[in-house]
Design a protein around this ligand. Structure first.
Ligand code: 5GP
Ligand code: ZN
Length: 112
């Protein structure tokens, strides 16, 4: 989608540190990491937020979660553990409206 920063990352119009890619999704390091490992996993299809998941596009969400464990292995945090976070909408602090899942780890994480 024009004007979407993450679509531009997918199209290589903006550089990023890609750690995993296949035909449906791409994962790259967050430019402003909150932990030693902070990767964003996104669908290649532009879906604005979790509120825009439909019966038709929902399989990519399953694919993201099924691939998150592989990305955790790539990043070396599969044994130490990690968190997967999606911010949806204003109160959650979503800033980029191309749905993304934060894969965060590499240290003990506080909750909430
Ligand atoms: P949100 O707050 O929407 O859940 O998260 C957006 C995330 O995207 C933030 O953690 C922010 O650091 C990251 N981000 C924003 N712009 C860029 C960019 O151009 N490149 C990368 N790698 N990350 C970005
Ligand atoms: Zn997009």
């Amino acid at each position: 989608m024009d004007n979407c920063i993450f679509c531009k990352i997918i199209n290589r119009e903006i550089p990023s540190d890609i750690v995993y890619e296949d035909d449906k999704i791409i994962a790259f390091k967050d430019v402003n990491p909150v932990a030693p490992v902070h990767v964003l996993i996104i669908p290649k299809e532009h879906i604005a937020s979790a509120m825009d998941i439909t019966e038709e596009n929902a399989p990519v969400v399953a694919h993201i979660f099924n691939t998150a464990k592989k990305i955790a292995e790539i990043m070396g945090i599969e044994k130490s553990g990690f968190r997967i976070v999606n911010n949806c909408g204003e109160n959650a602090g979503q800033t980029v409206f191309h749905m993304h899942f934060h894969l965060i780890g590499g240290k003990t994480l506080l909750w909430p």
